[in-house]
Design a protein around this ligand. Structure first.
Ligand code: G6Q
Length: 548
């Protein structure tokens, strides 16, 4: 049945019209226990979702929708290793990567756990060798710089987590990331580094991604120019991939390859071998804590009834605003500087997963799917874009993420940081009425400008302290939220065909830029731009060059 024809959907439609007249000020005034009853702790995470435009009835109707759309059965199917990524005929088993019990995890009649554990052990051995200085470069020097070359799912998770867990990292190791095909990134990251002390991790599931291969080839050249010998590659390059053939072709010995599998989606691969730079930075013990955190949230998601299931609740709230209130985006606001790449990470997580407009069976949807995800760490955003959150015309649900304990205790910084988080959620929810503004003695002409409508929803996601374990819980919480959203919208959250078209088009344009000969198949806009680039270019075209 089409989603919008479901009685549960239509009941929500009717209910949303009633709720539109309610104000959070009144909902809180009517129920002194609202803050507690609309809060839920799962493992170490407390989510307060009381500052949302919901009542008990809203939640009941949303849970009915989740049941009707088979969230429970799809959850079972994912953990059971069924091929729920139907367009790629693959299982979706990132939960196996952090599985901690002795139970097997099966897909295709095969327990994946022995290979998962073997790769983790190999990663730990490698990390220990780098961290202890035992791994020597070609000229006998220990490695000081680790540069991960990867893009998208082979970059964003490791970047986010390495930054998030910097407090726990070995500070004399310089772990860096290169993703963009713009040479500037590789050149700036390697500037001043000694190739003899530098090791590259080439991270690519397919080992065919153009940006990554281009950067890897230039990095190899940089190493070989300095160390002068092909045999240096073995000491300065390792690979993380599912494709051993391509790794070998590139010249990396497959003994220096860390494997993962087609049932790990790129943007869900942080706990696979793709997490190698994280492990090198924080060490195998901390990485194990990270995995345990993920596992704890996986178990919560797998076993808790929908009504007490945090990822389910967050997903339903997102559906509520996106489909019944016209919200176009969601903002993620971590009040922790270490989480400064968290919103960017889940920008890919959610937008690549749920940015789809056909259902699993190929029908064009008649409802909105994935929201735009964005965000910056607090308090910076308060002096930038929060103006629009408070007084703009759009409804933008916000997730505030905070920690009770600071990692870097310094004076009263943390108290101020936390006070700002709480203040923003209050301001958004309750606003400031014209009467309150007048009571402050504000001139009448300014009253409308200084009034805050309030009624702007937010979740407050609170954790005791940022640790590898709590980070794992937090990431798994958002991963499963994305999964539930996708199930409700009846889309495949695990493919990314939308990435393909640009890749193919770019290939043709590389040739045209090289030869200076635009294709007669081009549109007039592209031809005009190509001609201008040609005129302004500092590199002459190579008209006779073979098209490559
Ligand atoms: C993520 C996507 C995408 C992918 C990159 C890199 O889910 O599939 O972001 O991770 O395109 O792909 P490779 O790891 O194959 O280089």
């Amino acid at each position: 049945m089409n989603l919008t024809d479901r009685p549960e959907w239509q009941a929500l439609q009717t209910h949303s019209l009633q709720i539109k007249d309610a104000h959070l000020r009144d909902l809180f005034a009517a129920d002194a226990g609202r803050g507690v009853s609309f809060s839920l702790q799962a493992v170490d995470i407390l989510a307060d979702y009381s500052k949302n435009l919901i009542t008990d009835e809203t939640l009941e109707l949303l849970f009915k929708l989740a049941r009707a759309t088979q969230v429970e059965d799809m959850r079972r199917a994912m953990f059971a290793g069924e091929k729920i990524n139907t367009t790629e005929n693959r299982a979706v088993l990132h939960t196996a990567l952090r599985h901690q019990s002795d139970e097997p995890v099966m897909t295709d009649g095969h327990d994946v756990m022995p290979e998962v554990r073997a790769v983790l052990q190999k990663m730990a051995d490698f990390s220990n060798q780098i961290r202890s200085g035992q791994w020597l470069g070609h000229s006998g020097k220990p490695i000081k710089n680790i540069i991960n070359i990867g893009i998208g799912g082979s970059d964003l998770g490791p970047v986010m987590a390495t930054e998030a867990l910097k407090y726990y990292s070995q500070r004399d190791l310089n772990v860096q990331f290169v993703s963009n095909v713009d040479a500037t990134q590789l050149i700036e990251v390697t500037r001043g580094l000694d190739p003899a002390e530098t090791l590259f991790i080439i991270a690519s599931k397919t080992f065919t991604t153009d940006e990554t291969m281009t950067n890897a080839t230039s990095a190899r050249q940089w190493v070989l120019e300095a160390l002068g010998d092909e045999s240096a590659v073995a000491k300065h390059f390792v690979a993380v991939s599912t494709n051993s053939e391509k790794v070998r072709e590139f010249g990396i010995d497959t003994t220096n390859m860390f494997e993962f599998w087609d049932w790990v989606g790129g943007r869900y691969s942080m706990t696979s071998a793709i997490g190698l730079p994280i492990m090198v930075a924080i060490g195998p013990d901390n990485f194990q804590q990270l995995l345990e955190g993920f596992y704890a949230m996986d178990e919560h998601f797998k076993t808790a009834p929908l009504e007490q299931n945090l990822p389910v609740i967050l997903a339903l709230l997102s559906v509520w605003y996106g489909n019944f209130f016209g919200a176009e985006s969601e903002v993620i606001l971590p009040y922790d500087q270490y989480l400064h790449r968290f919103a960017a990470y889940f920008q890919q997580g959610n937008m690549e997963s749920n940015g789809k407009s056909v259902t699993k069976d190929g029908q064009v949807v008649n409802y909105h799917t994935g929201p735009v995800i964005w965000g910056e760490p607090g308090t910076n955003g308060q002096h930038a874009f929060y103006q629009l959150l408070h007084q703009g015309t759009r409804l933008i649900p916000a997730d505030f993420i905070g920690f009770a304990q600071p990692l870097n205790g310094l004076g009263n910084h943390h108290r101020k940081l936390t006070a700002n988080l709480l203040a923003q959620t209050q301001g958004l929810a309750f606003g400031k009425t014209a009467a309150e503004v007048r009571a402050d003695g504000v001139a009448e002409a300014l009253v409308p400008h200084r009034t805050f409508p309030g009624n702007r929803p937010s979740n407050t996601i609170l954790l005791p302290k940022l640790t590898p374990k709590t980070l794992g819980q937090l990431v798994a919480l958002y991963e499963h939220k994305i999964f539930v959203q996708g199930v409700i919208w009846n889309i495949n959250s695990f493919d990314q065909w939308g990435v393909e078209l640009g890749k193919v088009l770019a290939q043709g344009l590389v040739s045209q830029l090289k030869t200076g000969q635009p294709s007669d198949q081009n549109d007039s806009s592209t031809n005009n731009l190509l001609a201008t680039i040609q005129r302004w270019s500092s590199t002459p075209a190579e008209p006779d060059a073979a098209l490559s």
